[in-house]
Each structure stands twice: as C-alpha cells, then as structure tokens.
Design a protein around this ligand. Structure first.
Ligand SMILES: Nc1ncnc2c1ncn2[C@@H]1O[C@H](COP(=O)(O)OP(=O)(O)O)[C@@H](O)[C@H]1O
Ligand SMILES: Cc1ncc(COP(=O)(O)OP(=O)(O)O)c(N)n1
Length: 274
C-alpha cells in the first residue's frame, strides 16, 4: 500500500464552508492528503459576512491537538484563525511538545467583511510564540503590516517586510499579493527564504468570489509539505491550486462566494496545463 499523507489544521469553523477548517479539509482532500482538525472557534458566517464568533476554551484546543498528535501523527500542520493569546499559547505548547517542524502559520486577523478573528492583544503572542516555530508564514498585505509595524509600499516594501518577518524566526515568508492595488493584471506572492526572493505570479481574476483564498492557499502549501514537497514546490503548487479555484468559482451565495476546491484536480484530470 502507498503511504497515507496526513495534515492537521488548527483553525476556526466557517459555517458557510468557504474559509476556515472547511476550506482546509477540502483542500487537503483534493491534494491527496488525509485531513484532521482542531477547532479554535465556531463562527456564524456566510458569504455576506460574519454574524458571530464563539471561541473554544483554550484547554479544549490543546486537548484536540494532543489527541491527534498522540495517535495519528500529522506529516504537516497549519494554523488559521486562533482568536486569542491564550489559544496561541496552547497551540505553541503542543507544537513544541511534539517537535513538529512542518508548521504553516496563516496569521488570520480580520475577515473580508471586517470581523475580528484575532484579538488586538493577541498579535504580540503570534509574533513571539508562534512565528519562531513556523516553517512558513503566509500573511496578506494588511497582516504583514500589522506584524512588522511598517507600511508596505511597492515591491521594495514587500521585500523589507519579508526580511523583518524572517528575523522573527520563520524560515520561509510568503507575502501574498491579493490585496495589492498597484497591479490590476497580476496577483504576485513573494517568497523569501532568508537569502533570496522568488515571485509566484498569477493572472488577477476579476471576481467577487474570493472568500477563503488565504485559508485555501495556506492549506495547499501544508498539503504539499505533507506529501514531501520542498517549500518552493509546495508554494508553486498552492499558487496553481488557488488560481484554478478562483477562475472556476462556483458563484454561490449572495455576497463574496467561496472558491472552487475541485477545480485544480478537475484540470489535472482533463489534462489542462497548470
Ligand atoms: N483576484 C485574484 N486573482 C488571482 N489571485 C488572487 C486573487 N485574490 C487573491 N489571490 C491569490 O490568493 C491567495 C490569497 O491571497 P490574499 O487574498 O492576499 O489572502 P487573504 O485571503 O488572506 O486576504 C494568494 O495566492 C493570492 O495571490
Ligand atoms: C473561520 C474563518 N477563518 C478564517 C477566515 C479568513 O479567511 P480568508 O482566507 O482570509 O478569507 P476572507 O475572510 O478574507 O474571505 C474566515 N473568514 N473565517
């Protein structure tokens, strides 16, 4: 029998299914990885926005991670919405305890509609407790600004922010380009490995259906790492995955709909170049 690859997501639930745990598990599945989860919060959410946020007790978050770690042993893991410093503390404790080194941190802070998914006072815990344990961190532009305390302007600004994030202890930094207003044609994600930069560019898709892009992208990187890809390969695969998911979006809901998690595998099956 071939190897079974396993990945764990530590994140919040999105009842609408486009972001959070639901997006992560769908992405793992599509990339051939068995998915496991530790829930940090229940959000009441659809394509129109977030109507409620209900955090899980920090000890319950830790217990879920410990339960998975003691038995199923993930090959890679990611974090998404963590909500509070207390939850971050528990997550960091469990990651250290198990010695997991293929950790992807998606520093989720604010949902598209403006809902707070990370408390203001928890940003420092993310910087000091979790980023030093991460192999990869994947901030969007506002998150990178918040984590570095700098205003990011243009390509040079992205490079400087990536260097500052790397200095916090994360081996690979990916600054995502979805929020970049300067380039109407392309969305460019910048990878920094401590010595050099690699750009991953995709055609910018004009669509309102962008809900959960960050979750899906970081879950695809995690799945790639779980199957043994190097970080650069995993980011390249994730870029192709999110491009397909945006281009073939489902068009459901009355607001910002989800991306299409089937699109990448369907393109592979159809022999479309990715
Ligand atoms: N309109 C778009 N067209 C093409 N790629 C996009 C678009 N919006 C986001 N992406 C890609 O989706 C991923 C998530 O980016 P971003 O939207 O910046 O993150 P977040 O969802 O965390 O705000 C990145 O790979 C980014 O390049
Ligand atoms: C439960 C939950 N987790 C994370 C997010 C944010 O997801 P993201 O991929 O950044 O997408 P948008 O919210 O920006 O559409 C979320 N909304 N809910």
């Amino acid at each position: 029998m071939s190897s079974v690859y396993k990945a764990l997501t530590i994140a919040g639930s999105d009842s609408g299914g486009g972001a959070g745990i639901q997006a992560d598990l769908k992405t793992f599945q599509e990339l051939g990885v068995y998915g496991m989860s530790a829930l940090t919060a229940v959000t009441v959410q659809n394509t129109l926005g977030v109507q409620g946020v209900h955090p899980i007790p920090p000890e319950t978050v830790a217990a879920q991670i410990a339960s998975v770690g003691e038995d199923l042993k993930p090959d890679a893991l990611k974090t998404g919405m963590l909500f509070s410093a207390e939850i971050i503390e528990q997550v960091a404790g469990q990651v250290s305890r198990f010695g997991w080194n293929k950790l992807v941190v998606d520093p989720v802070m604010i949902a598209k509609g403006g809902a707070e998914l990370l408390l203001e006072e928890a940003v420092q815990a993310l910087r000091s407790r979790l980023l030093p344990l991460a192999l990869v961190v994947t901030p969007n532009l506002p998150e990178a600004e918040r984590l570095t305390g700098m205003t990011i302007a243009g390509a040079e600004g992205k490079r400087e922010a990536a260097k500052r994030l790397h200095a916090l202890g994360t081996a690979y930094v990916v600054i995502k380009g979805g929020h970049e207003e300067g380039d109407p044609e392309r969305s460019v994600d910048l990878l920094y490995d401590g010595s050099g930069f690699t750009e991953f560019a995709g055609t910018r898709v004009s669509t309102p259906h962008t809900h959960g892009t960050g979750c899906t992208f970081s879950a695809a990187i995690t799945a790639g790492l779980a199957t043994g890809l190097e970080v650069t390969e995993a980011v390249g695969q994730a870029r192709a995955f999110i491009q397909a998911a945006l281009e073939d979006s489902l068009g459901i809901g009355n607001g910002h709909g989800p991306t299409n998690h089937w699109a990448y595998r369907r393109r592979q099956t159809d022999g479309v170049e990715l």
